[in-house]
Structures are given as C-alpha cells and as structure tokens.
Design a binder for this molecule. Structure first.
Ligand code: CP3
Length: 341
C-alpha cells in the first residue's frame, strides 16, 4: 500500500508530498456524468458497488495518494428523520427543517449499521480494491446544522445564526445530537476499514471567533475526543477560517485543513509540528499550464519542505474543471516535491 498520505498525516517525512483533491470524484468527470444519467446522487451512495466504482474513478485515472469514499455530508441525515433532496447546482434542500426546540427533540437517534449499512459495505469493498488509503468523512455539526436550520444552502446564514442566538439551549441540544450521530457514523466508518477521517466544517468560517468558542468549540472538542483511539488520523477542515485557526486547532484534529484564504506558511508557523492539508485555489485548474505550475510551486514553497503536508485544493473541485488539469496537477505535485535520494 502507498502510505505517503498516512505518513504525512502523522507528521512523518515522505519521499514526495502526497496529494488528493476534495470532490475528486464527481461531475467534472465524463465517466461520473454517465453514471449520473442513470442514478441520482443518493441512489449511487445507496448502492455500494456503484459508490465504490465512483470512488475508484479518479484514483485509476489520475493517481492520487488517497481515495475519499463517495457519499455526501447529508447521507446520515435521512436516518435522523430529515427529508431532503440534493438539487443540482444548488445543494441540499431540507423539506422538514428545524424551526423550533420541539423540532430538535424529534431528531432520531442515528445508527450507522441501521441507517447507512451501504456506506460501511462500500468501505469494505474498497478496502479490497485500493492500493492507497481510504478517507471516510462526515459533515461537522455546525455545517450540518446550517443546512438543517436554513432548509438549504445559505449566503448569510441568518436563520441558523438567529436560532443559535435566540434558542441557545435548543442550539446546544441540536449540536449534541449531531455530534453524537457523527461520532457514531465516523467510528463505524473507521471500524469498517476507513484509514483516515475528514470532518468538513465547510461553513463555520462565517462565525466570529467569539461565537465559535461559545456555540461550536465545546461540541467539536467532544467530537474529536470521541474519535480518538480509532487509529485513523482525523482531518479538521473549514473554509475562510484564518481567524479561527487557533480555536479550531485547539478543538482537535490530527491534521488541520484550510482553504486558499489562509496562507499555508502563516498557518504552519502557528501550528508548530501539527500536519496541515491544503490549499491550491481550485480555479487554477482552469488556468494555463504556467499559472497552474506557479500556483502549485507557491503552495509547496509556503510549506518549505516541512514534514506533515498533505497537498489538496483549498475547496472542492469545481464543475467544469478539465480532467487533464487534474492529471497534470497530481503529476506536478509529485515531481516538484520529490526529495532527491
Ligand atoms: O469526491 C469526493 O470528495 C467525495 C464525495 C463528496 C460529495 N460531497 C459528493 C457530492 C464529498 C466529500 C461531499 C461533501 C460535501 N457535500 C460537503 C463538504 C465539502 C464542501 O464542499 O465544503 C458539502 C457542503 C456538501 C453538500 C453538497 N452536496 C453540495 C453543496 C452539493 C453540490 C450541489 C451542486 O449541484 O452544486 C452536493 C452534491 C454533491 N455531493 C455532488 C457530489 C459529487 C454533486 C454532483 C451530483 O449532483 O452528482
């Protein structure tokens, strides 16, 4: 097995910088679009053979150093009693959003074996097929709560923040329920064979540090404590989180992931030896070769050869990304980071 990704996640030296890309399986691939003509996204996720096939597509084509299980952050929400659809070009839409403290009390207890057996089965299939580590993942409680309270994607997060400020007790109850569910979900993924776990707190960067500390951090601490001892390194990721770096790092995670708005060298200088993941601008995959090369070199230069760097984009691959640019980026990260023997 190619273990460069796991070595980097543990802060150990590697012969080159391992690379994978958030959303590496998806719409930018003609092969994925073909599968999507026949199945919806939840249909794919519920068929372990198909989900495993989609997970493998980018690994076989582009040679990333880690695979990420094909599922969605909304996958466990159905079992918790939420009725939702994923609307193309928009994102998850919740038909029974949380509007009151009573709605929070109605959330069902989540069981990975009962509600998402297909996810665990996809992991078992993949473990036989893969020669690189497999990353399991889940949404973080705040990011999940943002969809559940907003009823869908949001620009200003007015509903979720209003609920948080006005219904503080119910808010903490909601965060507790989501934290418990994600500990159960992620632990089950690790037990089924996931080699690493990523927690996506995609939208938490829209909170002030004060609000993060008050409304989110205690739950994140408990989440990471609940995942300790699984033997799988945990990546803690958010976007636009430069102001939260110290708070998020204190909450936990073996690896801190960041988008392009946090300079990687700045983060490394503040995180000591803690491994990091990131953070090439995903739009550089649309740029001429020279600009893409420069962008990759800039990220590697910011890391300055320190061990414990997992190369990634700052956020997911965008629809319309040329697959050829993904191939070039993976190759260039490997070539440009290679440590002379
Ligand atoms: O390759 C991978 O990274 C693994 C699969 C994966 C998906 N979603 C599949 C998917 C992962 C890791 C996710 C995580 C996810 N889902 C996040 C966190 C990461 C991030 O981007 O911040 C979030 C916020 C979601 C919620 C979600 N699901 C959104 C915003 C969308 C996009 C809606 C759109 O059409 O623009 C989805 C749908 C989704 N999840 C797609 C894929 C491949 C889109 C393609 C499709 O509809 O088939």
């Amino acid at each position: 097995m190619n273990d460069t990704f796991l070595r980097a996640a543990r802060g150990q030296p590697t012969p080159y910088t391992p690379v994978w890309m958030m959303r590496q399986a998806g719409r930018y691939q003609p092969e994925y679009r073909k599968i999507r003509e026949r199945y919806t996204l939840p249909d794919i996720v519920r068929q372990p053979e198909v989900a495993a096939e989609v997970t493998l597509l980018p690994i076989r084509q582009f040679g990333m150093d880690a695979a990420i299980l094909f599922a969605d952050i909304t996958t466990p929400l159905y079992g918790m009693g939420f009725d939702l659809d994923i609307v193309e070009g928009r994102g998850p839409v919740i038909h029974n959003p949380i509007e009151s403290a009573d709605d929070v009390r109605r959330i069902h207890l989540f069981s990975a074996e009962a509600h998402t057996p297909f996810v665990l089965e996809a992991i078992r299939i993949l473990k036989d097929e893969l020669e690189v580590p497999l990353i399991g993942f889940a949404g973080a409680p705040f990011t999940l709560a943002s969809y559940l309270v907003e009823g869908g994607p949001s620009r200003n997060f007015v509903r979720v923040k209003s609920f948080m400020y006005a219904e503080e007790e119910a808010w903490h109850l909601l965060m507790k329920a989501l934290t418990n569910a994600m500990i159960e979900y992620l632990s089950a993924q690790a037990r089924a064979g996931a080699d690493a776990l990523q927690v996506f707190d995609s939208w938490v960067g829209r909170l002030t540090r004060y609000d993060y500390e008050r409304f989110v951090a205690p739950h994140m601490k408990r989440l990471f404590q609940g995942l300790a001892g699984l033997g799988a390194p945990v990546i803690h990721f958010g976007t636009q989180t430069m102001h939260l770096l110290a708070s998020m790092a204190a909450a936990g995670g073996d690896v801190i992931g960041m988008d392009t708005t946090t300079p990687l060298d700045w983060a490394r200088d503040r995180l000591g030896s803690r491994p990091v993941q990131g953070n090439l601008d995903p739009t550089l995959l649309f740029a001429p070769d020279a600009a893409l090369e420069r962008g990759i070199e800039a990220v590697l230069t910011a890391n300055a050869g320190r061990p414990g760097h997992i190369f990634n984009l700052g956020h997911g691959i965008l629809p319309g990304t040329p697959p050829d640019a993904v191939r070039k980026a993976v190759d260039w990260v490997h070539e440009k980071s290679e440590v002379p023997a």
